[in-house]
Design a protein around this ligand. Structure first.
Ligand SMILES: Nc1nc2c(ncn2[C@@H]2O[C@H](COP(=O)(O)OP(=O)(O)O)[C@@H](O)[C@H]2O)c(=O)[nH]1
Ligand SMILES: [Mg+2]
Ligand SMILES: [Zn+2]
Length: 367
């Protein structure tokens, strides 16, 4: 009756009881799960999420019956409802979190970035920060131009990120100031060990480097609504045709509606890579577009472990005098000493303290 072959693949979409599984050969099969399938001890409402690797039995009607789910390297979960103990897996086996940020329209605060980064650390997911809309900064003047910061396309008439700013300081000075703010933020994150990219989905600036960054990986794109996540994915692969400039249905849905992420497979062809000397090969990449932060499941970060999710603090905290140091005002605190010595960014430390306060007071996080 049943075909003996047991293909395997990646779950790219889930709709109710059906799972779309993409095989390495590029075919997609609609699969189901046996009714009695349970993951031992699971509190999760969905046993399979996008990003899971599964093995399935091919049935005569061309659909599949999932027989095996590979162990997860990581997964992003959130509680199904505020009070519930049940959790919902948004996505599994993420290779890279791409935080899409903008200096303006909308403004992404470092506090927001740091909360996402700490969450990614807690999930054991590497992260990169992509500053989009760099075309709005204008052309860089003089030596501040970074090796990839140049924009080959004529820039649009500079729209001031802050209203009235152009009048007050003059266009060139405003542009210099935006690059300066950008470079300061970039230095903070590079100092903490995170790669920072500057791109424009509008002009195509920096997109080649993003293609190299994501090649062969399952990447989750996260960031405020309006930062240009969908536009960025379209710039990476125009055949995606994602809707730009629209609030996704997902974020408009009520809290009782379960939301599902979807993985888009893209193939980066060699000809797209302009750098002839690069070792870059054709590889499948899998991109997940999340509609804003609400879709990025927040783990409950514990106050005692929070500093472990700041890599630059993790490096020094074993030198703190007290083993349970919160790095607030304890004597002999190695973290505070590193901040004072300029080895740890004061801004990151400040954001750490804010997150710590919010965890301890159990208050909602300021966004
Ligand atoms: N100037 C500029 N505008 C952009 C850029 N990327 C996206 N946008 C605009 O920003 C708005 C939001 O983009 P969208 O991709 O829908 O954001 P998302 O909510 O993060 O998916 C749209 O009006 C886009 O046209 C960019 O690089 N430069
Ligand atoms: Mg979008
Ligand atoms: Zn300390």
């Amino acid at each position: 009756m049943e075909d003996e072959s047991r293909p395997n693949g990646l779950v790219v979409r889930t709709t109710g009881s059906w799972y779309n599984v993409l095989t390495d050969g590029g075919d997609t099969f609609a699969c189901r799960l046996r009714g009695n399938f349970r993951i031992r001890g699971s509190k999760q409402t969905n046993p399979i999420a996008v990003g899971d690797r599964v093995e399935f039995q091919l049935l005569e009607d061309g659909t599949g019956m999932i027989t095996e789910i590979a162990d997860r390297r990581n997964c992003i979960i959130r509680r199904s409802t505020k009070l519930s103990k049940q959790t919902h897996v948004i996505a599994a086996n993420i290779d890279l979190l791409c935080i899409v940020a903008t200096l303006g329209f909308p403004r992404t605060s470092t506090g927001f970035i740091d909360r996402l980064l700490a969450t990614a650390e807690a999930y054991h997911i590497p992260a990169a920060i992509i500053f989009n809309k760099c075309d709005l900064y204008g052309a860089e003047s003089g030596e501040r131009r970074t090796e990839n910061g140049g924009c080959d396309t004529p820039r649009p008439s500079a729209t001031p990120l802050r209203e009235g700013m152009a009048d007050a300081v003059g266009e060139q000075e405003m542009e210099d100031e935006l690059w300066q703010i950008h470079n300061e933020i970039k230095a903070i994150y590079e100092g903490a060990g995170y790669p920072v990219y500057e791109v424009s989905a509008l002009t195509g600036m920096g997109i080649d480097r993003i293609k190299q960054l994501i090649a062969g990986k399952v990447c989750l794109f996260s960031g405020h609504s309006g930062v240009g996540k969908s536009a960025l994915l379209n710039a990476i692969d125009p055949s995606l045709h994602l809707k730009v400039g629209e609030i996704s249905d997902w974020s408009l849905k009520g809290k009782h509606t379960t939301t599902f992420a979807e993985i888009f497979q893209i193939q980066l062809s060699e000809t797209e890579n302009k750098d002839q000397n690069s070792k870059f090969k054709i590889q499948n990449s899998y991109l997940i577009d999340t509609p804003g932060i609400k879709e990025f499941g927040m783990v409950d970060l514990g106050s005692a472990e929070l500093s472990h999710f700041f890599p630059e603090m993790r490096k020094v905290l074993h030198d703190c005098h007290f083993a349970n140091c919160t790095h607030r005002h304890e004597p002999g605190c190695a973290v505070k000493a590193a901040v004072e010595a300029g080895e740890i960014s004061a801004e990151r430390y400040h954001n750490y303290l804010n997150i710590l306060d919010s965890i301890e007071s159990d208050a909602p996080i300021r966004r």
